[in-house]
Write a protein that binds this ligand. Structure first.
Ligand SMILES: [Zn+2]
Ligand SMILES: [Zn+2]
Length: 97
């Protein structure tokens, strides 16, 4: 339902911090419960540490697959999008509010 959804999103940024054992367990539980959202809430695909707050823009679509720091690095070195291989036109930071 909507209420628990908001609570879940509100918790997400806290996961950026290196997790305690307890937090990791919580993450597993959340992943099971929410299913499809798990990919979005997984850490950055490249560094596996920071949250996926970097949005890689290509055309009128974007991939949210890495953190902002990794996304900027990819852009700087003219690497393709790690999600689909398209040219990275722009990288923006995403704030979930
Ligand atoms: Zn990263
Ligand atoms: Zn892409």
């Amino acid at each position: 339902d909507a209420c628990s959804g908001y609570t879940f999103l509100g918790k997400a940024p806290a996961r950026a911090a290196p997790g305690t054992q307890k937090r990791e367990n919580q993450e597993l539980l959340d992943g099971k419960a929410k299913g499809g959202r798990q990919a979005l809430l997984e850490p950055c695909r490249l560094c596996r540490v920071r949250p996926r707050d970097g949005n890689i823009i290509h055309g009128c679509t974007a991939h949210m697959i890495t953190c902002f720091s990794c996304a900027r690095k990819l852009h700087r070195f003219h690497m393709p999008c790690p999600g689909c291989g398209q040219v990275i036109q722009k990288v923006i930071k995403v704030f979930i509010a």
